[in-house]
Design a protein around this ligand. Sequence first.
Ligand code: HEC
Ligand code: HEC
Ligand code: HEC
Ligand code: HEC
Length: 476
Amino acid sequence: MRCCIEAKIVWRRRAAWKILPRAGAISMLVLFAPACGKSTSPAALDLPIYFTCDTHGRLEPCGCFVGQFGGLTRLKTVLDAEAPASALRVDVGDAAAGREDYDLIEYRYMLRAFAEMKYDVLNIGAREAQFTAAQLRDLKSSSPTPIISANLLDKSSRQPIFDSYRIVQRGALRVAIIGVLDPRAMENPGDGLAVGDMESAVERCLAQLRGKADLIVLLAFADEAALGRLAQEFYECKVILGGKVSQPAQELIRQNRSLIYFVTNESRALGILRLRLARGADLEVTGNEMRLLHDQIPQDASLRQLMQGYRDEIRHARLGVDDANSLGADAVPGVRTVASYAGTEKCLACHQSAAAVWKHSPHARAFATLMDPKADADPKCIGCHTVGFGRFSGYRREFGATKLANVGCESCHGPGSLHVRQREGDGTVNFTFRPLGGGDCVKCHYGEFSRPFDWDRFWPGIKHGKEPSMSVAAEE
Ligand code: HEC
Ligand code: HEC
Ligand code: HEC
Ligand code: HEC
């Protein structure tokens, strides 16, 4: 009877955003709904597992267009609304965005976000394994959510950096969660790190866990084929969650004696697996689902606050990208052969018709757009909203809005100093901009950062070319 009452409560709490029909790439699959009225043994425990992978720094969605999915800010809303306290909440890896100093700063805020969402454990993915051993040791001691990895090793001692597994209690049941990372899923681990063999790490954990756990869940940052091999080899791991995959699982996979389920998609999908288990008995699947974190789900205010904390900290932090000397000034060391950025203002004087189009386009206001979310000093944002950020002579954070802000002429055409010198009469320079096309737009207009890019729809919005007078002059 209990589940029927629960269902009613859930229904009552169900907010408008939860019942909106969504057209999505991921089909919702529920194997069988909880059987209401069916008597269950008193020892049976419902164990829903909520899991994520590949959050890729999406503490908050970037907001580049309306209708965007994803973000931990939405994930928390969903978990708060429906995940019972007994639910297991785990991340399989790749929560960090990258290995840069600002990625590390953001990852610290993400760890706090996972703690606020009551995550039980976080596994190390390929991106986290690119931080250095020293950075990870520091995270290990400071993270409010336990991080595990059975095969991310200290390069010299070959000892795991983190605990290999964690055991959590749910009712009378002991659930062991093991974390591994497929060494084939990554190229270069960070300084001082090595990734050991995944299978022998699992084997070692299973030996240690003998008699200590009623259910073993394996978090494996690995692709479909590797997940299947793990199921073949380690039947003790009743649940195997991945992964390093290109698409979230379309269905729950049963292989050997394991259930395999995986999720990805830069924080846009949440994997849900509903299990019922009793001591000594087989586990029963009462439901599974790939939930889309769509744009109608409100964003959680406390996590948005955390995001703002990150943005405040990053504004005042001294970062690698702030040091222009580190940005590779010359193609040949010591010889300045390449053009540098001249600034949009320089171009406007001669190219008046292009200037008129540009001034009225959103590109000319792209920096102001970042002011409102206070993202104007966030290296994760300004790259596509300025001219040449991260490149020698390009936009630097210390400029504020004073120069090279906005998507300027040179954001697309490239550095123009040599062109300006030539067109101002320096006969020693012979420079031609390379021709551009749709491929140059999708450097910024891709993925979650843009509505699907279509040249025929976007180019008319900014169409421009040579000055009529110039073309006449050139033909003469
Ligand atoms: C990879 C390039 C890229 C990055 C990185 C990027 N943006 Fe954008 N942003 C775009 C593009 C392209 C558009 C225009 C999208 C469209 O029109 O469909 C845009 C538009 C926007 C808009 C305007 C939306 C509107 O409706 O007018 C906002 C706000 C914005 N971005 C904020 C951010 C923030 C905040 C970040 C950092 C978290 C960020 N962007 C990072 C490329 C980027
Ligand atoms: C002093 C005037 C002047 C300035 C300043 C100037 N241009 Fe030009 N630009 C010209 C002339 C003249 C042409 C040749 C037009 C033709 O061939 O019909 C030209 C051609 C171009 C072309 C066509 C490809 C090529 O290499 O010839 C591009 C693209 C271009 N300019 C972009 C820019 C950008 C970007 C800036 C600012 C960094 C800029 N121009 C600044 C005068 C100028
Ligand atoms: C350096 C990054 C970058 C490149 C390259 C880029 N864009 Fe954009 N684009 C943006 C950003 C950022 C915005 C949003 C500006 C805003 O609203 O603040 C935008 C907005 C637009 C818009 C307005 C969309 C709307 O909402 O009305 C059009 C049209 C557009 N871009 C076309 C293009 C085309 C065509 C190309 C290639 C020739 C291109 N863009 C290349 C960053 C870029
Ligand atoms: C969003 C990207 C983008 C921005 C910003 C942009 N352009 Fe262009 N521009 C293009 C594309 C794409 C073409 C057409 C393809 C080509 O001819 O290379 C083009 C063509 C041109 C041409 C004609 C080139 C030729 O060989 O016929 C000139 C001149 C030019 N742009 C100047 C400018 C100036 C000046 C600005 C700034 C006021 C500017 N562009 C801003 C993408 C851009």
